[in-house]
Structures are given as C-alpha cells and as structure tokens.
Design a protein around this ligand. Structure first.
Ligand code: FAD
Ligand code: FES
Length: 261
C-alpha cells in the first residue's frame, strides 16, 4: 500500500453518468491485483473531505484507471477534475479476487453497473476465459462490453427495462447457465448489494463456489475506523470483519446475510 500524489492523465465521460479516470502512478500500478481498490482524496474546492474508494479498472505499466459513476458530491467534484490536476491516492488496498489457475474452474463473472470495473483485471489475468453476465437498469448502465469481448470472453447483457440485451435481472441468465452446468464453475461478482446477495444464494443452491466484492461505504479505507464492517461466519459463530482490509472480496459462503439484515 502506497500513499502518494498522482497526476491525472485523462478524465473522460464514458457514457451518461459514467467517467473513466486515468492516473499516472508508476509506483502503484505494478502492485495492483484484481479486485483491489484505490482510495482517492478528491479535495477539489473542498467538496469531499473523506477519501472515496474505487475499484481499479485497468492497469498499464505506469498508469491505472478507474471507472466511476457520478452519484454525489465527491464523484461530481471528481468529474470536474482535468488532465494535469493532482490527486492524493492510497493504493492498492484490500484483499482482491483469487485469480483462476490454469486447468481450474471456468470463471463466470457477474457485474452490475460499475461492478464491471472490479472484474476487468480478473478477466484479463485469468488463463481460462468464461462468461461475463452484465446487468443494469437500462442501456446506459451497460459498460465495457466490447473490452471484455476483446479479451475473448462471452458477454451476456441484461437490462431491467429491456433497452439492451435480455429483459430482466442479471441473475436470470446466470441461473440458466449454472442449471445447465454447475460443476467446474466458479462465480465472481461485483455490483449492488441485493445482486450480491442473490448471487450468493444461487452459489449456495447450485453448490458453486463464489467470491463477492462487497460495496460497503468506507471512511479510512485502511482498517482503523471500523465503518465498513460486515458479519462473517466462523464455524457456528460470526464476527465482524472489515471490508477495506479483510475484503472487499469475500467467499460467498462466509457472509452472514441473516445477521446483516
Ligand atoms: C470497495 C469499493 C469499490 C468501489 N468501486 C467503485 C467503482 O469502481 N466505481 C464507482 O463508481 N463507484 C465505486 N464504489 C462506490 C463509490 O465509492 C461511491 O459511489 C462514492 O464513494 C460516492 O461518493 P460521492 O461523494 O459521490 O457520493 P456521496 O455524496 O457520499 O453519496 C451519494 C449517494 O451514493 C451512495 N453511496 C455512497 N457510497 C456508496 C457505496 N459504496 N455504494 C453504494 N452507494 C454509495 C450514498 O448512500 C448516497 O445515496 C466503490 C465502493 C467500494 C466500497
Ligand atoms: S473503512 Fe475504516 S476500517 Fe474500513
């Protein structure tokens, strides 16, 4: 984990409310593992005092990028930043996804909206190509499809309003797929919490291993404040673990959804 000030190279609107930010960070970029995140201090005009967490989307030699949706004052301030501006970054943070091994299970990735960002590096570094299930409310929430296809993945799109791909929730084609074949598969998911809970249920019902990247609001991002804890099963008990350090990626079987409420 490194804290440093990095230079913005690009900050472009991708679609609708979504932006892609590319940072020059030669000390950080080589360390990043799939599913890890960066904690950004957006202090532009003082709008956002706390850092904001974002999954690392893509990595090149000396740069990394994030894909973000503008939802509030921090991300709106971020969208106003320009190439040449500097940002304070702590990264890479958190415990990411387990990269599949050659000859291991076929990965099935499940993404809701900007959840695609957390899954791209995993797709790129996985020796096995599988299926990516991408879902969103509407067409504008469907991101990076061609970039996943360019990596050799089969991409299946669903939208809740039917404006692109199959009509319905992203979990519907996922269920069809694991019903067809559950053995030798492993699920990796990132997206809104109800989607993650549904993927966890599907994994349990069909006996498929799954890793879920939890989207919990964070403050410090480095394990100190306990703002991000979730209940994790340990045998027949449970304990709170920190999403920012023990997570954000957890084995789906360990998440105590009943305790979380
Ligand atoms: C590990 C991790 C990885 C993330 N990766 C990405 C990413 O790749 N791209 C991206 O766009 N966002 C990502 N997020 C969410 C992002 O951190 C929040 O959207 C951001 O902090 C909102 O800041 P804001 O100041 O714009 O919004 P605020 O003004 O703080 O909040 C605006 C609205 O967004 C909601 N909100 C705030 N934080 C979250 C959150 N974590 N999840 C859901 N809703 C939230 C608030 O409840 C409120 O309704 C990630 C979050 C975590 C924990
Ligand atoms: S955000 Fe502070 S402990 Fe996780």
């Amino acid at each position: 984990m490194i804290q440093n000030t990095v230079r913005i190279l690009r900050n472009d609107r991708e679609a609708d409310l979504y932006y892609r930010l590319t940072l020059r960070a030669p000390r950080v970029a080589p360390l990043i593992q799939p599913g890890q995140f960066a904690h950004l201090r957006i202090g532009f005009l003082g709008e956002a005092l706390l850092r904001r967490p974002f999954s690392v989307f893509q990595v090149a030699d000396e740069t990394f990028s994030i894909l973000y949706k503008t939802v509030g004052k921090g991300t709106e301030a971020l969208a106003r930043m320009r190439p040449g501006d500097d940002l304070s970054v702590i990264a890479p943070l958190g415990h990411g996804f387990t990269v599949p091994q050659p000859g291991g299970e076929t990965p099935l990735l499940v993404a809701g909206s900007y959840g695609m960002a957390a899954l791209y590096l995993l797709a790129q570094r996985s020796p096995q190509k599988g299926v990516v299930f991408v879902g969103g409310r509407r067409s504008a929430d469907i991101l990076c499809v061609e970039e996943f296809r360019a990596l050799g993945w089969d991409v299946r799109v669903t939208t809740e309003d039917g404006s692109r791909g199959e009509h319905g929730l992203v979990t519907r084609p996922l269920i069809d797929e694991v019903r067809r074949q559950a053995g030798g598969r492993k699920l990796f998911a990132c997206g809104p919490t109800p989607m993650l809970e549904a993927v966890g249920r599907i994994a349990s019902e069909f006996g498929v291993p799954a890793e879920l990247s939890m989207d919990e609001p964070m403050c410090c991002g480095v394990g100190v404040c306990l703002a991000c804890v979730i209940p994790i099963r340990k045998g027949d008990r449970w304990e709170y673990q920190r999403t920012c350090t023990e997570g954000p990626v957890f084995d789906a079987r360990t998440i105590a959804w009943d305790v979380r409420g």
